[in-house]
Design a protein around this ligand. Structure first.
Ligand code: S3P
Length: 199
């Protein structure tokens, strides 16, 4: 008798899986939206867009320069418009800046046109990762741990409205990509509550 494993038709094949909508990664600074997003896009053979980079291109300025020259409100306005435009592009993987999902209009646009995934990462890990670079204006305004903890309080209840939640630990980017991909393949938009995927 042969024991060759037949593929289980109820489990989608990662190689041929294509999300039906743009996958929008949300989460705090340092949660890995850009690094996970880039690799996820590669795995799914989809384009990758990083909203922060698109905002910089549109403004012709770096994010620290936008904050310093025009202020945060101007940045948020550009962020909303850029994400609205990106959501009208063909299906892709979209990494957003940590504040983007806090905007009600952006959340509504993502809900209408995308699948949102919150990369939920613990404070220690966020502090460790964001300490590597100093290009984030919000973290240069004081003690990064305190700032991140404060943002967690305000933002986590809102991020919790994402379609899918994936918990990330200290594991590497590839592990996180695997978990995100598994969560995405298991996701059915009909589910009312957010699907939570722990490590
Ligand atoms: C911000 C996060 C940053 C960038 C800007 C503001 C925020 O993006 O959009 O500095 O408000 O959390 P990352 O989350 O990609 O670092």
């Amino acid at each position: 008798m042969s024991h060759s494993a037949e593929p289980d038709p109820s489990v989608p094949d990662a190689a041929s899986f294509k999300p039906s909508r743009t996958v929008v990664l949300v989460g705090l600074m340092g949660s890995g939206k850009s690094s996970v997003g880039r690799k996820l896009a590669h795995r799914l053979a989809l384009p990758f867009r990083d909203a922060d980079i698109e905002i910089e291109h549109a403004a012709g300025l770096s994010i620290p320069e936008i904050f310093a020259t025009h202020g945060e409100a101007y940045f948020r306005d550009g962020e909303r418009r850029v994400i609205a435009r990106l959501l009208d592009e063909p299906v892709h993987i979209l990494a957003t800046g940590g504040g983007a999902f806090m905007d009600a209009r952006t959340r509504a646009a993502i809900a209408a046109k995308g699948i949102s995934i919150w990369l939920r990462v613990e404070l220690d890990e966020l502090v460790r990762r964001t300490a590597r670079r100093n290009h984030r204006p919000l973290l240069n305004q004081g003690e990064p741990r305190q700032i991140l903890a404060g943002l967690m309080e305000v933002r986590y209840p809102v991020y919790a409205g994402a379609d899918i939640i994936v918990d990330g630990g200290a594991g590497d980017v590839d592990e996180m990509v695997d978990r995100v991909l598994a969560a995405l393949m298991a996701y059915t938009p009909a589910a009312n509550a957010a699907a939570v995927h722990n490590e």
